[in-house]
Design a protein around this ligand. Structure first.
Ligand code: RAM
Length: 928
């Protein structure tokens, strides 16, 4: 054995140890199996581990294969489902078994047994076989529980307070009830919802760890209920429940200070279902026997903050001993409960904690705390004051040029917390029904010490697992990635919002479509977007027009904008690509078709040149270059997105086997493209708007004749050069510009854009201390002054859409569209931009994909992980000599197939496993 072989063997041994230790980590379910070389793990049902509120008729199951070996493919699987966990493992009393199914499908397998009833809890297991003749043992037992499927399952009534003069911004009603449980409790589930946002307590203990539940949906048509297993919070004998409700999205202030969007009255729906150890049942529901009062929360609002008067605390009001005889009776609202749905997406939870970095006085004399990160959430404090003392907390994203606290860009949103002390020993407080976008906190009315022992900021956002990691040898790019992720955290608060701080915070569709693909790389957003898309369908107008914002709270005219309404085709397609989820295409198909139908109806001769459009929102319109030169004709953009939406509709129709539609829309698309060319492109391929966005859209959506594409790409490069290698695109061109450059062989120019540090560029905000993505390329101008405060958010994710190119091109992790959800993976790294290394990981539905490269003296080292039950095509760039994998010539390794050279690149096909490639790279020719 020579030294290379020895190193390779040692590496393999180390790798096995690492992988084995990974295998020993405990799974989610209760039952554990001894680790074995080949097994199944990470069972999920409708994207969740052991969900207890499923209302899908045929829930879908997914699992991951775990193996140490290379080239593992699933060849068959067997699923079994039963009512009882113990008999299930013995194969007894099954309600459904799939039998052995010969298939490599390991994600989104439909339950195929008899219809399940409300509340039914079923247990399930899976085992699989692979291409190496190995059978896995049965997996751990997982379960899912059905929600309340019919309106008649609800015996609870909506209850409200009795005040007639209710107004937005008023005190939060507190509903309570004491009740007795006669026996020992075996299991108890709480089904709960609200008009408003709720916080529930049982016997003094908070129910669950969700915030702003029931979340935001198109309430009139769909309102979510939450389900909690509350068995451990109840006791035999006396119990009590208390639920507080805030204005939230239901009737709180929204855009333009509009309020009462869904109704004027806050309400509670509460149904606690208890099963005693002897099998008897008891239900406690919201009804006229409840009591209501007001307490310390004098007012709460997402925009304005919270006013909390601790002197009005009703001590122990959610404990059974509390006397509520002076409380008011409630009013029962007989509204039919036919719009209740189970919560399908992730709910908002509390995440990262930040301690004060610095406490200082500004030149204007304000006392300010810096938490070091622009985040969305709130501040918790533990402070002491005399009864009646009032502390006020203000929140801001930035300091101004002079270092003063700056809140003008919040517009009318107050973002203010007012707390009145009751005069106890240290009082601990955190808000309930509000969230702020901030990095800096101004403290008024408190002069004692402020530090990490009494102050902390918490980030709150939808509970999406982080799936992606991306880092490089360039710290500025790493900060950009950090900012993109924090832009996502701060703006994924139950719905995808434009910004989290000023008086807007709505589900702006253009922003969401621009960022969606990047979002799928950073976090698991399948459930998040699937839920939101249902609201899109619900709020789409009859004529197919898609509102500017979802859930829609604007008037009906605020709809049908190009690049915004196309969210209806773009997001479903991206979710399909990222998660291989066909059902989301099925679910959205009618909506997609209706949107294309809307445009068709409003076009003449296949040309859509009417309507109000935002155009390439916030494109570069600066003064250093030719003013306004980067303005792209709005109708050109509209026509481009018309073609794109039609293409995505065709794609979806193909996936769903709707052949007639494929034919119809393919013909339509041909005509749309012709109309585009004759209206906006000269015979020589010059666009009527000579802008970056114009060329980017035409090229990205394949709107130019083949023979004019190369030259158009050159014109794009020329245009960028005219701006001294700067980007000038707005929301619509930005997501695609680097992809277009790469596709036409100009990755070097894409890197120029990415690495540019002067305005306009991605790194300009980074150089200016940004910790999130800014709404504008120049939120803070080169001279240090601010952009127009009317529209200057420092936490707006749209320009973060470059993240998608970073993962898909720099690291080169992509899915084959023909085998989506990373079932067939494409791994093609593109070094450049003076980067000496990049590491990226993505936790896919099948497991972790990794692409990590480094260059040292022209030696290219490339580490790849391909998860079991997937295959990958790897393209190694700029190869000059022999490639080794773990020290061996790749040609000698049987797991590496399809080796072929295309130009300087080497193409390989590999199966699952861990690979370590090394070779000498060709030095790229210097740019002229
Ligand atoms: C702004 C929003 C959003 C954009 C719309 C058109 O007010 O913040 O980013 O999509 O306008």
């Amino acid at each position: 054995m020579n030294s290379t072989q020895l190193t390779s063997m040692l590496k393999k041994v180390c790798l096995s140890i690492v992988t084995l230790s990974f295998l020993y980590q405990p799974g989610f379910s209760q039952v554990q199996h001894a680790p074995v070389p080949f097994r199944v793990d990470n069972l999920t049902c409708e994207y969740k581990t052991n969900p207890i509120a499923v209302d899908a008729g045929n829930p879908r199951m997914s699992w991951k294969l775990i193996s140490l070996e290379r080239g593992i493919q699933q060849t068959s699987y067997e699923l079994r489902v039963g009512n009882n966990a113990v008999s299930l493992t013995k194969g007894k009393d099954l309600i459904w078994t799939s039998g052995r199914v010969f298939s490599d499908q390991s994600v989104h397998i439909y339950y195929g047994g008899p219809m399940l009833s409300s509340r039914q809890k079923v247990y399930w297991q899976v085992r699989v076989w692979n291409n190496k003749n190995q059978a896995s043992p049965w997996s751990m037992v997982n379960f899912w529980k059905m929600g309340l499927l019919k309106p008649t399952d609800w015996t609870a009534k909506w209850i409200q307070d009795n005040y007639t003069s209710d107004t937005t911004g008023g005190p939060s009603p507190m509903f309570r009830k004491s009740f007795k449980l006669d026996r020992k409790v075996r299991a108890a589930h709480l089904y709960i919802s609200a008009h408003g946002v709720f916080e529930a307590k049982l016997n003094g203990k908070r129910v669950g760890n969700d915030y702003f539940a029931p979340g935001w949906t198109s309430y009139n048509k769909r309102i979510q209920y939450q389900v909690y297993d509350v068995t451990s919070s109840l006791q035999k004998g006396n119990n009590a429940v208390g639920v507080t409700i805030g204005d939230g999205w239901y009737r709180g202030y929204t855009y333009n200070r509009k309020k009462d969007v869904y109704g004027k009255k806050l309400a509670l729906l509460f149904q606690l279902e208890v099963v005693y150890t002897n099998g008897q049942k008891q239900i406690i529901t919201s009804d006229k026997s409840w009591k209501v009062a007001y307490g310390a929360i004098r007012s709460s609002s997402f925009f304005d903050g919270e006013l909390y008067d601790a002197r009005k605390d009703k001590l122990n009001w959610t404990s059974p001993l509390y006397k509520d005889q002076n409380w008011d009776t409630v009013r029962v609202d007989e509204t039919i409960k036919d719009n209740l749905i189970a919560t399908s997406g992730p709910s908002v939870k509390k995440h990262e904690k930040f301690l004060p970095l610095k406490v200082f006085n500004t030149p204007e004399g304000d006392r300010v705390v810096d938490f070091g990160q622009n985040l969305v959430g709130w501040v918790q404090f533990k402070l002491k004051g005399k009864a009646g003392d009032t502390i006020r907390l203000f929140h801001a994203e930035v300091l101004d040029q002079k270092g003063n606290f700056y809140t003008k860009n919040l517009r009318t949103a107050k973002q203010e917390i007012t707390y009145v002390f009751k005069g106890d020993s240290a009082e601990t407080y955190e808000p309930h029904f509000t969230f702020q976008g901030f990095r800096y906190l101004k403290v008024v009315g408190y002069s004692g010490p402020l530090d990490s022992t009494n102050l902390a900021a918490y980030a709150l956002y939808s509970d999406m697992a982080q799936t992606g990691k991306f880092s490089t040898s360039n710290p500025l790019i790493n900060q950009l990635q950090h900012n993109i992720q924090w832009g996502q955290k701060g703006n994924f608060i139950d719905v995808p919002t434009d910004c989290p701080q000023r008086d807007e915070r709505m589900g702006w569709t253009g922003d969401a479509q621009a960022f969606c693909r990047t979002a799928t790389f950073n976090m698991d957003v399948a459930g998040f977007f699937t839920k939101w898309l249902k609201d899109l369908s619900a709020d789409q107008h009859k004529d197919g027009a898609v509102p500017y914002v979802i859930p829609n709270m604007l008037d009906s005219a605020s709809s049908a904008a190009s690049g915004w309404s196309d969210v209806s085709t773009i997001v479903p397609w991206n979710i399909y690509l990222a998660y291989g989820d066909k059902q989301v295409l099925q679910q959205q198909y009618e909506s997609m078709k209706k949107w294309v139908g809307y445009i068709q109806f409003h076009s003449r001769n296949y040309l859509w040149d009417t309507g109000n459009h935002f155009g390439d929102w916030l494109f570069y319109a600066g003064t250093n270059y030719e003013d306004g030169a980067a303005l792209t004709d709005k109708n050109l953009i509209a026509q481009a997105f018309y073609a794109h939406s039609t293409q995505l509709l065709i794609n979806a129709a193909k996936v769903l086997g709707k052949n007639d539609d494929v034919a119809t829309y393919t013909q339509l698309l041909g005509n749309i493209v012709k109309a585009f060319q004759s209206e906006y492109v000269t015979p020589n391929g010059r666009m009527i708007s000579g802008t970056q966005t114009s060329y980017v859209l035409a090229l990205n959506f394949d709107l130019l004749p083949e023979n004019l594409r190369e030259s158009a790409a050159k014109r794009l490069v020329g245009n960028i050069e005219d701006y001294d290698d700067h980007i000038t695109t707005g929301f619509l061109g930005t997501p695609y510009i680097c992809h277009v450059l790469s596709r036409f062989g100009h990755t070097d120019m894409a890197y120029e854009l990415l690495m540019k540090e002067s305005y306009p560029s991605w790194l300009y905000p980074v150089k200016n201390g940004a910790t999130t993505i800014w709404e504008r390329w120049d939120g803070i101008k080169p001279d240090g002054s601010f952009e127009d405060p009317e529209m200057n958010s420092f936490n707006h994710y749209a320009y973060g859409a470059i993240g998608d190119w970073m993962y898909r091109v720099i690291a080169g992790i992509n899915t084959d569209e023909a085998s989506p959800g990373f079932h067939k993976i494409l791994i093609a790294p593109h070094p450049g931009g003076k980067l000496t290394s990049t590491q990226a990981e993505l936790e896919t539905m099948y497991g972790k994909v990794k692409s990590a490269w480094s260059i040292d003296n022209n030696i290219f080292t490339f580490d790849v992980i391909v998860p079991p039950n997937t295959t990958a095509q790897v393209i190694l760039p700029a190869v000059t000599d022999q490639i080794t994998e773990n020290g061996l010539d790749i040609n000698t390794e049987k797991e590496i197939t399809g080796i072929r050279k295309v130009g300087n690149d080497e193409y390989l096909e590999i199966g699952s496993g861990t690979y370590h490639f090394v070779y000498t790279m060709k030095i790229p020719a210097k740019k002229k």
